[in-house]
Design a protein around this ligand. Structure first.
Ligand SMILES: Cc1cc2nc3c(=O)[nH]c(=O)nc-3n(C[C@H](O)[C@H](O)[C@H](O)COP(=O)(O)OP(=O)(O)OC[C@H]3O[C@@H](n4cnc5c(N)ncnc54)[C@H](O)[C@@H]3O)c2cc1C
Length: 378
């Protein structure tokens, strides 16, 4: 580990989709970029997620990123990355079974249409026309025809491959322990492999980012939560939309190959013994499956062939922090993606590359995802 390159213009902490896609964009502009990853590229949420690429049911502060990504990046991302990212744009239906669900969905639809998103409420029968096999108990749903899904693994590794081709260097198996300022600006990265140095540092290490930011006096209200995903045996084509529910208890889609990829939180995850691990649990996974069958009774009896768990980096107000940190010149942060960062990642990386090279994001409005929204006011 001694002769390794340890300096760069920009060092990125975290080799998930945020780190890999930003490395690609910066390296393409000719910057000298180094990515430090504790385990393997994409081994965090980025390759463990369910692939939802949705604009609907997002906080409006995040919508500019989601709408930009769907309008301008996802349709041609496969060509750009020269990788089949399996992007499918057949809509997202978010289901409700109770009057309270319908009220919640209607409120979300109103907020999104107010900022120009093409999303509407449909009745239970209309929802069953869009997506047959659904329980008769579904009373209504929100429907966004321009939402869709993609393959998280090939997308994340596609960005990684392109970053490498453009000259970015990735170092795996290095754990960042903390940051250190020099002459008032952040400069050094302390790791289990000694000190790395850069003029600019991007911290996008998921839920681990909080503790790393703490070492230069920054604290952001981001916590870890576990979510589980399972893959079923291959089935004949049943539906091609992305699914979700008002309570967000499950989400997913049927892949091109016929397997269902379904994930969510049954509500008991915090109480299990492997809460911080990457494996599913014999209590939570069956609960999640029962939740799915409640909406899609015809999936009862379908075999689960694979399952895993992953960690969300949940920010207390439901959206990430994507910003330069004024108190720590040289530091840019991007974490707190709350279980919905995959779909916006291709746009987040544009904003991040602009924050790093120009000091501000000009292409997409990320002003409501600012760092100082948590600062004491008054
Ligand atoms: C089960 C599940 C389902 C999801 N479903 C969806 C979905 O359908 N749609 C959607 O849009 N989003 C979804 N998400 C969220 C999405 O996956 C994340 O928001 C996104 O992947 C975040 O990317 P990231 O690069 O910030 O984080 P990560 O992919 O977690 O990457 C962070 C990286 O930092 C590394 N790291 C951690 N600590 C250190 C350290 N000390 N030193 C060096 N490296 C370190 C980690 O090993 C990891 O590789 C889901 C997430 C999960 C877990």
């Amino acid at each position: 580990m001694t002769d390794r390159k340890k300096t760069a213009d920009v060092i990125i902490i975290g080799g998930g989709i945020m780190g890999s896609s930003t490395a690609y964009r910066l390296a393409k502009q000719g910057l000298d970029v180094l990515v430090l990853e504790k385990t393997e590229i994409g081994n965090g949420g980025s390759c463990r997620n369910a692939g939802g690429v949705r604009q609907s049911a997002r906080d409006v502060r995040e919508l500019p990123l989601a709408m930009y990504a769907v309008s301008n990046i996802w349709p041609t991302l496969g060509e750009e990355l020269e990788t089949d990212v399996e992007y499918t744009q057949r809509g997202n239906i978010r289901l409700g079974k109770t009057p309270a669900h319908i009220t919640a969905l209607t409120n979300l639809v109103k907020k999104s249409t107010d900022v120009g998103l093409d999303v509407k409420m449909v009745t239970g029968d209309e929802a069953r026309e869009i997506c047959p096999y659904m329980s008769g108990e579904v009373l209504g749903a929100s429907w966004c025809p321009t939402d869709g899904h993609a393959n998280p693994l090939s997308t994340t590794l596609g960005f990684y491959k392109k970053a490498l081709e453009n000259g970015a260097v990735f170092v795996t198996g290095v754990t960042v322990l903390g940051l250190k300022k020099q002459h008032g600006a952040v400069r050094q990265i302390l790791t289990n492999d000694g000190i790395y140095e850069a003029d600019r540092i991007l911290l996008c290490a998921g839920h681990a980012s909080r503790a790393i930011a703490n070492t230069v006096g920054i604290d952001l209200p981001v916590e870890r939560e576990t979510s589980e995903v399972f893959v079923t045996e291959q089935m004949l084509p049943m539906f091609d939309v992305m699914l979700g529910t008002s309570d967000a208890d499950f989400y997913g889609h049927q892949s091109e190959h016929g397997s269902f990829v379904l994930g969510g939180m049954g509500g008991l995850e915090k109480f299990t013994s492997n809460y911080e691990g990457n494996e599913t649990h014999n209590v939570t996974l069956p609960k999640l499956s029962r939740g799915v069958i409640g909406y899609f009774p015809s999936l009862a009896g379908v075999k689960i062939i694979r399952s895993w768990a992953g960690q969300y980096d949940v920010c207390s107000d439901g959206v990430p922090v994507i910003d330069n940190v004024p108190e720590v010149p040289g530091l840019t942060v991007a974490f707190g993606f709350c279980g919905h960062g995959f779909g916006i990642a291709p746009a987040v990386s544009i904003a991040l590359s602009e924050l790093i090279t120009q000091g501000v994001s000009t292409t997409i409005d990320i002003s409501k995802l600012n760092y100082d929204r948590f600062a004491a006011k008054g």
